[in-house]
Design a protein around this ligand. Structure first.
Ligand SMILES: [Fe+2]
Length: 234
């Protein structure tokens, strides 16, 4: 598989194996330490996922603030997939200073991410996103991604109609089926691909992390050095 071709000329996204799974497991352990939820069985991701279902939005926000101490999340994510990243952007990079850990809680639609593409938030067209669940993803709690050819058609139509998330996008959202993934798989996608979440039923919250990166030699747009930091792959 030619990853660069797939991301630039093909669908705009690809599912790949995480290269350094030991490091990614360490990342998950760090998350479990920092989120600081006490469950009967310590350090069990599925217990954390279950416990979160019963939490209020305020309690979930508190968990998010607990994660502010996770300052090496970006580096850990990037170092989990060094060859993938080098293939796309070389060794000299700008990476997101603070990677995100995101929760998709069943029945809490307020937390759901609606259809969007990354360039909507001022990110450069040369940016890619790495997205990985911290557990097997066997229900519809994951993210759907729309082939970039169709994504671009939708965006052009919306631009012509003067709309953002108009009826085309809203109707499209209802029909989407998020990909099921295994722990140890990562999705990488370009900033033109529409993506989002759907409502889903499960006894488990979905927990995933994501990080943005681009070549150091490509231009930055609105998101500059407040958001990104220089990073050189080993
Ligand atoms: Fe996004």
């Amino acid at each position: 598989m030619d990853l660069y071709k797939e991301l630039v000329d093909g669908p705009g996204y690809a599912v790949c194996p995480i290269e350094n799974i030991q490091l990614f497991k360490k990342l998950r352990d760090s998350f479990l330490d920092k989120i600081n939820i006490t469950t009967e069985s310590e350090k069990d991701i599925n217990m954390v996922r279950k416990t979160m279902i019963k939490m209020s939005l305020a309690e979930i926000n508190k968990l998010r603030t607990n994660l502010l101490t996770f300052t090496d999340l970006s580096d850990m994510m990037i170092n989990s997939c060094p060859s993938l990243i080098e293939t796309l952007c070389g060794k000299e990079l700008f990476i997101q200073r603070r990677a995100h850990i995101i929760f998709n809680v069943p029945d809490k639609d307020l937390l759901r991410i609606w259809s969007h593409y990354e360039m909507m938030s001022g990110i450069s067209p040369f940016t890619y996103v790495l997205w990985a669940p911290l557990h097997d993803l066997e229900d519809d709690g994951g993210a759907y991604l729309i082939d970039q050819k169709y994504s671009l058609e939708v965006m052009k139509k919306e631009e012509a109609d003067g709309l953002v998330n108009g009826p085309t996008v809203l109707n499209m959202m209802e029909k989407q089926k998020p990909a099921h993934l295994k722990f140890g798989q990562v999705v990488v996608f370009n900033p033109f691909v529409l993506h989002g979440n759907v409502s889903f039923n499960s006894e488990f919250t979905r927990i995933a992390c994501n990080v943005r990166f681009q070549s150091y030699h490509k231009p930055l747009l609105q998101k500059n050095s407040d958001y990104l930091k220089y990073y050189r792959l080993p």
